[in-house]
Ligand binder design. Sequence first.
Ligand SMILES: [Zn+2]
Length: 75
Amino acid sequence: MKSTTFHIHVPIQALLNMNDDELSGFASHPDGFAALRSELRDMLSDGEYCLVLDNECDNKNPDGSCAGHITQTVN
Ligand SMILES: [Zn+2]
């Protein structure tokens, strides 16, 4: 049986509207929140509107959201 799974993604604009506390629940950056926000703004200007909350996602739509992964499940 085949099924498609999607990684959770959030709109970048929503992340930019959050304060540090809220943002820390979704993403982090080794150089801090200011660096994280500037990276998110760069993504927005590159045409990406979503951030996938999983670094293992290797199948993204041009807008940055997860395009789905087909997984084989055995019942
Ligand atoms: Zn994915």
